[in-house]
Design a protein. Sequence first.
Length: 198
Amino acid sequence: MQLVLASASPARLATLRNAGIEPVVIVSGVDESQVEGLPPAELALQLAELKCAAVAGREGLPDGALVLGCDSVLELDGQALGKPDDAEDAITRWRQMRGRSGVLHTGHSLRDIASGKVAAATASTTVHFAEVSDDEIAAYVATGEPLSVAGAFTVDGMGGAFVTGIEGDHHNVVGLSLPLVRELTAELGRTWTDLWTA
């Protein structure tokens, strides 16, 4: 059984590989700006479903493949924060986030190509941020890392030192909840361990 990952995220790919799964990566090319005005958790799910559908509709996918689309947003003060627009935006965000907590929502949409069935859900994890200084924020943003990720932080990279705690699934903060994907796989009548390639 082959998993197709509809995402360009190196962190999602690494998470799956570490879990014994070698997916085929096909980037969806979905314009994320087309979906607006939804609550953060719903926004993440809607974008995940769009990405999954965009890749599932392509020709030449492996027979019996499962296509997984994901999208993450950080909710802070009721706002959905995706990737920052630029370095200035990332600095502004970090000044808002420091010493506070946000909720990282990752939408997951899994489609069985053979049956056309879809199982989808959002995983939410609370993230506590350190009271970082302006100098630390500037240095972190200068690395470029926060510019390419939802919420302008990573927990598995240089930003890990600025996250003081997590309530919920750690993998979800990286961009893909393994326990949730296992549940969605079962919902489609398939077996998670059949995806193992290692």
